[in-house]
Design a protein around this ligand. Structure first.
Ligand SMILES: Nc1nc2c(ncn2[C@@H]2O[C@H](COP(=O)(O)OP(=O)(O)OP(=O)(O)O)[C@@H](O)[C@H]2O)c(=O)[nH]1
Ligand SMILES: O=C([O-])CC(=O)C(=O)O
Ligand SMILES: [Mn+2]
Length: 614
């Protein structure tokens, strides 16, 4: 086994940053690891870690002839998704966490966590993982340091972030960094055998927005454990963005080039497992159009001196839902996964490769399912967990745009918001203006998916697709969006258009009315033409929908009547929608901006006119 990781001598820290040295010393004193290892992010280090994880049974190497340098992990079956009920925002004041977050007083939470972390890394290695969210040379990037006892987390962070020496160099000897502490919560007694996926029953995913700290306990899974992603780049970053005048959003970033060569960048927010990665890698069904990928999950945006809204992707990899990705839906994702990837909770084939529902029409024979059991195709159970994930370097994506690491970011023309809605919500709706767009985004709802615990399919309000990810009071967050738009407009900016989209409308038999995926380019074309002032639209109470002949449907055979349903706004359904949205927004009490109350009243008034009642 390679020995680049473990050696008896005390490690020499590769930094003289006093705050970082003190942080590592404090956490090591608390958690009592056997060793401390400072990660440099090198190939040799990754290879040694992978070897150790294979020896421990955590990783299974895939056949290098099929998928070089790629590994498969099966998690504990109780550790397969984010745990929103165990995710906490510990601001000093309860009101600052808002009604949608779990709040605990910081001192009380620290008093709970300290005994849990006490000795939590016994028998394990504490890995020091310096990482940079955003391009190494971008002024908008943020440095974090994650101290973790999971080598799986280290390997994942190496794919998902700029990790190791480069991040430490950027931090320098005095820079600011976000303190991140992670333990799987499974100390090892001397001589005890480790489990393949150590974790604890009791999980805590804790954020202290004022001190910009993250403490995560008990889970090894994705969004709970890779602390640069949801915890830093959304929950902590949203609080930083509020204080500093920018936006940290759950959005993909797409570059779209029209046949005439015009380039538009589009950012889109959909809840977890609702199509961000797919849209980020879209292959347009319309001839002459090109789509390229900038990011698939998170966008950090700020208005530039020229009045345009610039976005960077803070991540360096994709942590994507595997099921559903196949040659018919997302060829770019499939091609991205050819090498250097981690797969978690997919199925394993008899010949040493991975498989999931949707990768091919029928499962190959001899599959082992995500629980490690022989898969029986007649059981009706999927072979891959519905939230099985791949972890893949973004640079490997065939559709990655050459400017994806541009330090200034890319200028956004349109902001899309959506969710999974079987009924009511049209295919695409243009907001009348910024404030009404903020209202539409604040009132989106979506049918729950397997990306978090809870009943799948249940409708829940998910404002801005940020419900699980906003690190402060969402009422104040809506106000932040409104103020940024007002300030930019006052300074003469042309604000991006705001659009509500829904690819998931169904007919009474439960079939999708819209083909989705590459055909979503038809909607993007309409949006681009709207921005350029060339496409026709019709006013409805909720916003503008495409005129009857305004969508390019060439080469597409929709079911009879489908287009009318997709463009339609049923006033009776929308009376109910508006009532429910208003009820949800009322939860924010005094922090709900007056402008959104006014939008609510205006929507109700427009609906009353079309239904002919009050
Ligand atoms: N019907 C339909 N399904 C889609 C479409 N786009 C994506 N999906 C499905 O939605 C599921 C999730 O898609 P992703 O693109 O991975 O979702 P995501 O928003 O990136 O998810 P997170 O990584 O959890 O944030 C997959 O099963 C896709 O096949 C679409 O346009 N139409
Ligand atoms: O954070 C995760 O575990 C995966 C993810 O992207 C999401 O749920 O939005
Ligand atoms: Mn996501």
């Amino acid at each position: 086994m390679a020995t680049a990781i473990d050696h008896g001598a005390p490690p020499v820290a590769p930094t003289r940053h006093p705050g970082l040295l003190a942080f590592v010393a404090e956490v090591a004193a608390l958690t009592k690891p056997d060793r401390v290892h400072w990660c440099d992010g090198s190939e040799a280090e990754a290879a040694a870690l992978a070897d150790a994880l294979v020896a421990a049974g955590t990783l299974i190497p895939l056949d290098p002839a099929k998928r070089p340098n790629s590994f498969y992990a099966r998690s504990d079956p109780r550790d397969v998704a984010r745990v929103e009920s165990r995710t906490f925002i510990c601001s000093e004041r309860e009101a600052d966490a808002g009604p949608t977050n779990n709040w605990r007083a910081p001192e009380a939470m620290r008093a709970t966590l300290t005994p849990l972390f006490e000795g939590a890394m016994r028998g394990r290695t504490l890995y020091v993982v310096p990482f940079c969210m955003g391009p190494i040379d971008s002024p908008h990037s943020v440095i974090g340091v994650e101290l973790t006892d999971s080598a799986y987390v280290v390997l994942s962070m190496r794919i998902m972030t700029r990790m190791g020496t480069a991040a430490l160099d950027r931090l320098g000897s005095a820079g600011a960094f976000v303190r991140c502490v992670h333990s799987v919560g499974a100390p090892l007694a001397p001589g005890a055998r480790d489990s393949a996926w150590p974790c604890a029953d009791e999980k805590y995913i804790v954020h202290y927005p004022e001190t910009r700290e993250i403490w995560s306990y008990g889970s090894g899974y994705g969004g709970n454990a890779l602390l640069g992603k949801k915890c830093l780049a959304l929950r902590i970053a949203s609080a930083m963005a509020r204080d500093e005048g920018w936006l940290a959003e759950h959005m993909l970033i797409l570059k779209l080039t029209a046949p005439d060569g015009a380039v538009h960048y589009i950012a889109a927010a959909f809840p977890s497992a609702c199509g961000k990665t797919n849209m980020a890698m879209l292959e347009p069904a319309l001839p002459g159009w090109t789509a390229e990928t900038i990011g698939d999950d998170i966008a950090w945006m700020r208005f530039g001196a020229d009045g345009r809204l610039y976005a960077i992707n803070p991540e360096a990899g994709f942590f994507g839902v595997a099921p559903g990705n196949g040659p018919a839906t997302n060829r770019n994702a499939v091609a991205t996964l050819h090498a250097n990837c981690l797969f978690t909770n997919t199925a394993l084939t008899a010949d040493g490769d991975v498989w999931w529902e949707g990768l091919s029409e029928t499962p190959p024979p001899g599959l082992i399912d995500w629980r490690g059991r022989r898969h029986d195709p007649r059981s009706g159970e999927p072979a891959a967990h519905p939230n099985a994930r791949f972890t893949a370097p973004a640079a490997q994506c065939p559709s990655i745009a050459r400017e994806w690491q541009d330090s200034a970011g890319v200028p956004i023309s349109a902001l899309l918001f959506g969710g999974r809605r079987a009924s009511a919500v049209p295919l695409v709706t243009e907001a009348y203006d910024w404030a009404q767009g903020v209202y539409l985004a604040a009132s989106i709802a979506s049918e729950a998916t397997a990306a978090a615990e809870g009943e799948i399919g249940a409708l829940r309000r998910d404002p801005f697709a940020m419900l699980p990810f906003c690190g402060y009071d969402m009422g104040a967050y809506f106000g932040h969006w409104l103020r940024l738009g007002e300030a930019a407009a006052a300074a003469g900016a042309t604000l991006p258009g705001i659009y509500l989209v829904n690819w998931f409308r169904k007919d009474p038999q439960g079939r999708f009315l819209w083909p989705g995926f590459g055909d979503n380019a038809r909607v993007l074309k309409w949006i681009v033409e709207r921005i350029e002032g060339r496409a026709a639209a019709e006013d409805t109470p909720i916003g503008r929908v495409p005129a009857a002949d305004a969508l390019d449907l060439s080469g597409l055979a929709l079911a009879p009547g489908a287009l009318d349903t997709l463009r339609g706004v049923d006033p009776r359904l929308w009376n109910e929608e508006a009532r429910r949205a208003g009820e949800d927004l009322a939860r924010f009490g005094d922090s709900l901006p007056e402008a959104l109350r006014a939008e609510q009243r205006a929507l109700e008034a427009r609906l009353a006119i079309v239904t002919g009642g009050a």
